[in-house]
Ligand binder design. Structure first.
Ligand code: MN
Length: 498
């Protein structure tokens, strides 16, 4: 996946000039020490940049506007070391457009019982100053994250790290461009949506092209390039011939290599980072893009099947939010297919016709060539594997007509009870929280789709914070969900989000 910009987060400390120069020197020194510690912790995915103490309206306004203009600044972290009269922050906050973290911390961990005097108290009063600042941000109705805790506490630093990834999602959302080489599947409701509203809310550009324009890129791929990429597939994956002639098998795989190269060239040339296809609208393509789409997802592209541009953009977004995570377990497009309703073994089999991202693979990845039961093309080659075990979030963005709703379900991916040797697609088997029964009932009450954007590497909190920053409704289905509670929440939300 292409690297993100060299993003940085600015650390801005608030104070005022009533305390005298010595105190202000301490404020600056303390915030420098905190920034240095955060950067050296090894826990943050992005660098924190120290900024001079903010004490006047003019400087606050100037700093926030510089943060807006700096392409590498992904957000601002604010902390009131002492008291900073909050009216000073109004103009700067009004003009600020990126993510805001209010880090409610204090330089000293413990009250120095034996030596504390009025000077010490005046100098170390974030309990006081952060409340004044928090008031104005709340009064102005500005979305921000508040994290409280000691700055050396690893758990607190991890919370900052997690927020940074949400901030990247907020910033990068407006750079997502989705190409549709097929329309929404006829008569299907849940994959539809208002593309203009999506651009207003999320910044997504969603464009359509005739499928044969991208098919031309595939036809123009040089035979040598196809052969080289096919060799790479053969070295990386296990071929399962299932009695097919090996030379004929390779020809099918080569078609997908051509699609991968042609599609990627098209996407790069025209600056798209996500794509939707449709098995019923393939133009001159010889196969439904299967293996090719799986490989593109692995490279970081978003994907949605049957014209589902909302899920395609979400897959791209969630992949961006997880960029650079060490030992990441993967992010993919998925579809709810088949239930296991046996008591004590309940779960949902996740798959798609072909298109599941191999980043989630928990075992060997094989290539199979088999007919599809839908569409009218050659037997497509596809990567086959089963997913890792672990907890993740399954999300579905739906358009309710007057608003978007992001449904977030925590799920536990398990090893399937038995192998499924006759199922020639990538799968995961998961149990939604709090249980299949309440999870599925809740999902349906929320109007969630059969398509999801799934990740092991993001948390419910990150997805809620992203939705809040976008100004859309989010509904969580998790351990605390009850049907009655959820129904109340949906009713209340319908009044709030109009
Ligand atoms: Mn589908």
């Amino acid at each position: 996946m292409e690297a993100l910009k060299n993003y940085k987060f600015w650390f801005c400390t608030g104070s005022q000039d009533l305390y005298g120069d010595e105190c202000l020197a301490h404020v600056a020194e303390h915030s420098k020490i905190i920034v240095e510690h955060l950067n050296q912790s090894g826990l943050l995915p992005f660098e924190v940049v120290w900024k001079p103490t903010l004490i006047t309206n003019e400087l606050i306004r100037k700093t926030f506007n510089e943060a807006n203009a700096d392409d590498e600044c992904a957000g601002v972290i604010t902390w009131m070391h002492t008291f900073s009269p909050a009216k000073s922050w109004i103009l700067g906050l009004q003009e600020y457009r990126k993510s805001l973290l209010h880090f409610h911390t204090q330089f000293n961990e413990e009250i120095p019982y034996d030596s504390i005097d009025m000077d010490f108290m005046n100098e170390n009063q974030s309990a006081h100053g952060d409340r004044e600042y928090g008031h104005i941000v709340s009064r102005m109705g500005i979305e921000r994250k508040v994290i409280c805790g000691f700055w050396k506490d690893e758990e607190v630093i991890r919370e900052i790290a997690s927020w940074m990834r949400t901030a990247i999602g907020v910033l990068e959302s407006s750079h997502i461009r989705v190409v549709r080489v097929a329309d929404n599947m006829r008569n299907v409701a849940v994959t539809e949506g208002d593309k203009v509203e999506a651009q207003i809310k999320f910044g997504w550009e969603i464009d359509a092209y005739p499928v044969n324009e991208i098919a031309k890129y595939v036809e123009d791929v040089a035979a040598g390039d196809i052969s080289a990429l096919t060799d790479e597939y053969y070295s990386k994956y296990r071929m399962i011939y299932d009695g097919r002639d090996e030379a004929e098998f390779r020809k099918h795989v080569e078609v997908q290599a051509g699609i991968e190269i042609g599609f990627e060239k098209f996407l790069k040339e025209k600056n798209y980072q996500a794509i939707v296809t449709h098995f019923g609208d393939l133009g001159s393509l010889k196969q439904l893009p299967g293996l090719a789409i799986q490989r593109l997802m692995e490279k970081g592209y978003g994907f949605g099947a049957e014209g589902d541009w909302k899920t395609a953009a979400m897959v791209r977004l969630m992949k961006l939010m997880t960029t650079g995570i060490k030992d990441a377990k993967g992010t993919t497009f998925f579809e709810d297919y088949t239930y296991n309703l046996v008591k004590g073994k309940e779960g949902i089999l996740q798959a798609h016709m072909l298109e599941v991202c191999p980043t989630i693979a928990g075992d060997d990845i094989s290539i199979k060539v088999l007919p599809l039961s839908m569409g009218n093309r050659e037997d497509p080659a596809r990567l086959v594997f089963t997913a890792k075990e672990g907890t993740g979030v399954a999300t579905s963005l739906v358009d309710l007509g007057n608003r978007f709703r992001l449904i977030i379900n925590e799920v536990d991916v398990k090893k399937a009870e038995k192998p499924m040797p006759k199922l020639p697609v990538a799968t995961a088997f998961w149990t939604p929280r709090p249980s299949l029964k309440i999870g599925a009932e809740s999902w349906i009450l929320c109007g969630g789709a059969h398509h999801t954007a799934f990740s092991y590497d993001l948390t419910t909190e990150q997805m809620i914070d992203w939705a809040d920053a976008m100004g859309i409704e989010s509904v969580v289905i998790g351990n605390d969900t009850t049907i009655q509670g959820l129904k109340h929440e949906l009713r209340w939300n319908s009044v709030y989000y109009r």
